[in-house]
Design a protein around this ligand. Sequence first.
Ligand SMILES: NC(=O)C1=CN([C@@H]2O[C@H](COP(=O)(O)OP(=O)(O)OC[C@H]3O[C@@H](n4cnc5c(N)ncnc54)[C@H](OP(=O)(O)O)[C@@H]3O)[C@@H](O)[C@H]2O)C=CC1
Ligand SMILES: O=C(O)[C@@H]1CCC=N1
Length: 272
Amino acid sequence: MTILAERKLGFIGGGNMAEAIIKGLCAGGVAAAAITVAEPVAARREYLAASYGVRVSPDNGTVLADCDTVVIAVKPQVFSGMIAGLERPALQEKLLISIMAGVTIDAIEDACAGPVRVVRVMPNTPALVLAGATAICRGGAAGDADLACARQIFELVGTVCEVEEKLMDAVTGLSGSGPAYVFTFVEALADAGVKNGLPRETANRLAIQTVLGAARLLSDSGDHPAVLRDKVTSPGGTTIAAQAALERHGFRSAVLAAVDAAVARSAELGRK
Ligand SMILES: NC(=O)C1=CN([C@@H]2O[C@H](COP(=O)(O)OP(=O)(O)OC[C@H]3O[C@@H](n4cnc5c(N)ncnc54)[C@H](OP(=O)(O)O)[C@@H]3O)[C@@H](O)[C@H]2O)C=CC1
Ligand SMILES: O=C(O)[C@@H]1CCC=N1
């Protein structure tokens, strides 16, 4: 908390990912009064203020005026319009932390028309429950203290890895979008249970706990997934029959193709 205790944190855009970070920060001990969120939708502002006690404004300029550290949490598609409405000299004094998919540090520096301190970050929504997976990298004008500040924010809400910027699209395809793939898998697993006669609630509980438990086992043991899979797979048993079906139906190649598609889309968003 040392670096963050001295910071005034602002968010431009108060949507899903901003909320996940804000909730995690508040749970991690950051004072809500030190957080300001600029968000155009009145109902959303009211919700964020009532839920977390943060300060809210319809005006992005308020965040620039009140905060030294600004998280850019708008969609990549609205970034250039949003930044065009802000004063350049004020922007250039701030630490800008971008969570936007695809948008490069060069593009942010160009939009700010000068050397700005940028840390680019790719978080994910499990930050809501302090179990986020985040990758960070810094721009040329950002110093060690800037990187440390961003790292501290995202370590409060989960795990942080530093990567080279050229790997940010890959991170986006894996962990940024990854929770959605897992939710689809859990939904399908529970559906399969229902298909085989389980009540919906029981199927949901078993599916969720299976994913949670398997992830915890992987994380705690440090074992390769194949080693743990072998321990589930009895010769001539049920699991190998299921594994064979997964292979026949292209499960592994479907996952590879899904991540490739997300990586390609992230790169495309960066070119726009
Ligand atoms: N959701 C996720 O899992 C992740 C998202 N990200 C990145 O986070 C960013 C936000 O995504 P997400 O939270 O999902 O999107 P949301 O649409 O939920 O949030 C964006 C918010 O910004 C508001 N907004 C739109 N225009 C402006 C503006 N000019 N100034 C200020 N606020 C504005 C939107 O309002 P309105 O609804 O009216 O448009 C909305 O409330 C994206 O860049 C995304 O790539 C990164 C990692 C994971
Ligand atoms: O779907 C998206 O574009 C964002 C970026 C990563 C997760 N959600």
